[in-house]
Design a protein around this ligand. Structure first.
Ligand SMILES: CC(C)(COP(=O)(O)OP(=O)(O)OC[C@H]1O[C@@H](n2cnc3c(N)ncnc32)[C@H](O)[C@@H]1OP(=O)(O)O)[C@@H](O)C(=O)NCCC(=O)NCCS
Length: 256
């Protein structure tokens, strides 16, 4: 039977157990009935994704990132969720609509930074010197172009980034990628003369890399907490009773 046949699935993530003597769900080999009430959501995410329970410091850093990422006001993704409420769609459609708005230019730039830095750091020694990191930061900025994960139109400097880096530092989870992020920020300022600070996408990227996650998961760490925000915006909009959010006709320019 070929490996991609629909009747052939393999997983190390979970196993549903239903026998005469036991009803259980095993997640990464651990009994869900024992994890319920003993692991936090952040710890459970870590276990599910990696197969390992995080240390307490790692769990605190991941939890802090989930908190940092949960809400950012009325912005394009939450506007979409609110519009869905206004049009009478379901809560899951509104949440999915908000999630799908995240892309390369808005909300998704962390993935580009995480890929870039994990590839760049792969060529470094296990415990690189600050000089080696400074050189790498100069090389990255020297390639030109906008560095994903830096700059944010809604703030002078994103208040979430320094706080996240300080939690990572306090907990001993501030590693090569977090340091590189700081050095890139300094290098951008040195070469452009402008302060273009690390944004939430960027700090999320380096924090999850230093926690040991692969770059491919980066966006999930923003989308998961933000989906709660979409539900909150959906519900609030519903309570406000709007029925058909739309533009006035004269806001639209018709081109012939
Ligand atoms: C987010 C972003 C669009 C905000 O833009 P903005 O605050 O309106 O800033 P501007 O687009 O006016 O850029 C101002 C200057 O800073 C530079 N700049 C802005 N972001 C930069 C970055 N990430 N790296 C290097 N230079 C950057 C621009 O080149 C520009 O210089 P110029 O006027 O000489 O061309 C922009 O910073 C960016 O493209 N960032 C990278 C992508 C990203 O992280 N997006 C997530 C946003 S939530």
């Amino acid at each position: 039977m070929s490996a991609d046949n629909m009747a052939n699935w393999r997983t190390g993530i979970a196993e549903v157990v239903s026998t005469e003597t036991e009803e259980e769900v095993l997640i990464r080999g651990r009994k869900l009935s024992e994890l319920i009430g003993s692991l936090s959501f952040a710890e459970m995410m870590f276990l599910l994704l990696t197969g390992r329970e995080p240390t307490k410091p790692q769990a605190r850093v991941l939890d802090a990132l989930l908190v940092a990422s949960i809400e950012h006001g009325i912005a394009p993704p939450s506007m979409i969720a609110r519009c869905y409420a206004s049009y009478g769609t379901s809560i899951q459609a509104a949440m999915a609509g908000g999630i799908m708005a995240f892309g390369d230019t808005m909300g998704g730039a962390g993935e580009q930074l995480a890929k870039m830095l994990s590839e760049a750091a792969a060529g470094l020694d296990v415990d690189p010197s600050d000089d080696a990191l400074r050189q790498l930061a100069a090389d990255i900025v020297g390639r030109g172009g906008r560095i994903p994960g830096y700059g944010i139109p809604l703030h002078g400097a994103d208040p979430r980034s320094p706080k996240m880096l300080s939690v990572a530092r306090e907990e001993g989870c501030f590693g090569t990628h977090c340091r590189l992020a700081e050095l890139i920020e300094q290098e951008i300022e040195r070469t452009t003369g402008k302060s273009i600070p690390l944004n939430l996408d960027g700090v999320g990227a380096v924090v999850i890399l230093d926690l040991g996650f692969p770059w491919q998961l980066t966006r999930m760490f923003l989308i998961t907490p933000r989906s709660v925000s979409f539900a909150a915006h959906y519900y609030e909009e519903q309570q406000q009773g709007t029925k058909w959010r739309h533009l006035a006709a004269d806001d639209i320019t018709y081109e012939s």
